[in-house]
Structure formats: C-alpha cells, structure tokens
Design a protein around this ligand. Sequence first.
Ligand code: ADP
Ligand code: ASP
Ligand code: MG
Length: 450
Amino acid sequence: MENKVRVLKFGGTSVGAPDRMRQVARLILADQAPKIVVLSALSGTTNSLVSIGESWKVMKLSEVEQQIETLYDHYLNFINELLSQQRQAGKEVVDSHFDQIRKLTAVSYNRSSNRELLAQGELMSTRLFVLYLKEISQEAILIPALEVVSTDENGEPDISLISERLGDILQANSDHGLFVTQGYICRNHVGEIDNLKRGGSDYTASLLGAATNASAIEIWTDIDGMHNNDPRIVPDTYPLHTLSFDEAAELAYFGAKILHPNTIWPAQKYNIPVKLLNTMAPQAKGTIISSAKTPGSIKAIAAKDGITAIKIKSSRMLLAYGFMRKVFEIFEHFKVPIDMITTSEVAVSLTIDDDENLKALVAALEQYGEVAVDPDMTIVCIVGDLISEEIGLVKKVLRSIGDQPVRMISFGGSRNNISILIPTRSKKEVLLSLNQGLFLPREQPVDKSQ
Ligand code: ADP
Ligand code: ASP
Ligand code: MG
C-alpha cells in the first residue's frame, strides 16, 4: 500500500439498522483510498449483553434465556432485511455466535467468560458487514482485533506491538485496500478476551490510526461533531468545527459521550487529525481535532457523573512536606486515578470516579486525618483556550452558575479547563445556566480557517 491509510470508525447507531449498514458501505466505497474500517456492535447489543451478564451473575437463568432469545430474534430480522444471496451465510454467523452465548451462560458465571460474552456484538457486526460487502461484490479483509489489540497488566495498550502485528497483516494483504475490524475488543496480558471499556471502539480506531501512521482517524456517529454542550440535556447546542487535541481530550475525559475518554492521546502522540463526522449527514462539516490552534476562548462544556469526593482533614500534618506524597501513595497503591484536587490550610479534597476499593482506600487514608466522603457528584468541565490573564473569565463562569451549590473548583491546572464539582442532582440546572451565561445569545467563535 503506497498511500497512507485512513481509519474510519462507525458506532452502534451507524450500523444498527440494515439501511444504516448499507449507508456505511456506500460511504467507504465512495473512493478507492486504503481504509481500515472499525465497527462497533449493532446499537443496543452491548447493553443487552451487559444485561444478560448481570442476570447470569445472579443466576436468574430464565431471564438470561429470555434476553438471549429476544436478541437472537433481533439478529434474525436484521440479516433477513440486510442480506439475500448471503442470507444463509449470515444465519450461520448469527447461529454460531448465539451458540457460543448459550454455551457460555450455561455454566457458572465468571468474569472472564462474561468478557467473552460482551465481545460477541463486535464479532457479529463485522462478520455481517463483510458478508454484506460480499453480496454487493466488494471484497474486504476481516482483521481479527483479538489478534492485534492487546493490553498489558495495567490495562494499557502497546501501540508499537499493535503496529507490528497490523503491519504484518497489511503487508501480507498488500494487494487489498479495504480492511474491516472490531472496535472495543482486545486481549489482556494473560491472553483472555477483554475490552477497552464501554464506548471503546473510538479508542480502537485511534490506536489503529496511531499504529499505522494513518492520514486521519474518522469517528462516524449519529451527530454532526462535538457540540458545545451535552445535546441530551441542553437544547440548541451547536457543533464546533475545530478543536485542539488538548481541548478535545479534556471534553472526552470529562464526559462528552461522543468520544471514549482515551481516544485523543494516541492521535495526539502521532499527530494524526481526528474527524468527528455524521453517518446520517456525511456532507455536514463535523469537527476536526488537530494540533492547530483553534479560535475562541470558552468553547464547550462537558459533565462527568459517578464522581466521589474525598476530603482529608488534618490540621497538624497538611502543610508538612511529605504529607501529599503519603496521600498520593495510597491512591497509587489502590490504582485509583484522581481527577480533581483542591487544598486549603487544613484539608485536601480529591475526586475519584472509581469507587470499587473505596472502603479500603478510606481506611488507609484515615491514618492521616479525618476523612469525609461525598458520593453522587458530577464534574462539570468548561473547556477552551482559557488564558488565565483573560479578564473576567472566571467571573463569567461563576456568575453563570448563579445560586447552584458548588463543592469544589479547580482552575489553572491547564489552560484548557475549569472544573467545577457539583451534586449530580443539580447537573441539569447547572448545565442550563452555564449555557445561558456562556453561550447565549449565541456567539459562535469566528473560525478563520473556513
Ligand atoms: P456511537 O454509537 O456512534 O459511538 P455515541 O452514542 O457513543 O455514538 O456518541 C454519540 C452521542 O454522544 C450523541 O448522539 C450525543 O447524544 C452524545 N453527546 C454527548 N455529549 C456530546 C457533545 N458534546 N457533542 C456531541 N455529542 C455528544
Ligand atoms: N459496543 C461497545 C459499547 O457499546 C463499544 C462501542 O460502541 O464503542 O460500549
Ligand atoms: Mg460511542
């Protein structure tokens, strides 16, 4: 392959109905340039598999059976509508995966088998898509993601390893230009089937883009790019045509569902532009994320739920040097990342989004002072090119929040983010009032690159 490859990822809604899948085929066949197409499972499938796994775990076996049969019927209808000459082959694909699902859930639950259960969605969508391409006389090579994407003992993927494996496959098929693979799924350090966490297909696309030094990573979804606020909560949001890697990384990490939180770093590391595009409106501009500086100060707001705030209060020790190190070592020991941090004379407050080991973590922290825990919090993140010298910036944000309760504020850690911790119950009001104060009347940044 002489030209640089493009990586195109299509999410669940983009492949969730036979017509949508046909549209994906039209989009990728519009030109002959080399492509790696990353697919998610059909929309709703991973949710159903998660729910089957939950029923399986608590031995509600009739629920397991019922849910499997409902999903199976959905797939039978799907292939009946999508395929004609390849229908029988499609039925065999679906049957083989559902046999595997039934076999897995017929014995007692374990986490490793559950992860294999979760992988069936992407395994099916990619095989069905390749069959559809065959039906329209288009050849594509199916790359098994389970042979390419793997993670180490910390759950981190290794791009150079991915690059080596993928390079071999691309080279062995150098007379082909169209490759299809599964998003989301991978193998872990002990060789078991695993995944890159919910929404992980975006991350797969970015890893593969970085591993192949792609010309672009395109994330095709059901909306015309990154909006300035969460469109599920706030009316009249609008797409941002350009974002810097740093801005997009903050938005993805702090809850903008359109991107998996880890999507940006591989692209940024290898300086590969990420485009967010709409499968249903391919002519829409979408968002380009790159290293280019983008115009505008405050650009967007995102919100991340499921946050727990932890306060450690110790009048004697806080300002003693070494205290912070001891506190951080405890978080490191439990492998719990910290999102926000604020300090005062006598206390330090931190937030985490992983409360799996909360009890043990709190017990360990208690040796250094009084510990208070506030669950059910949300981080609201205001993102842009926020130069601290800009007069009135913080005032504008605080004034926009108005009377809403605020538990923590963090600014100055980077020039791209002001984070505010609020109780989740007031999230909607906070997003609406910030929207009102920061973006209305609508003042879209002037994008001189257009
Ligand atoms: P896919 O299945 O294609 O991966 P997702 O549902 O994961 O799609 O992501 C797209 C959705 O993200 C949109 O439909 C939208 O509701 C939601 N979303 C949340 N915040 C934003 C935002 N700031 N900009 C655009 N979409 C957002
Ligand atoms: N199918 C997976 C999920 O629903 C991965 C993805 O869609 O990105 O989480
Ligand atoms: Mg997604």
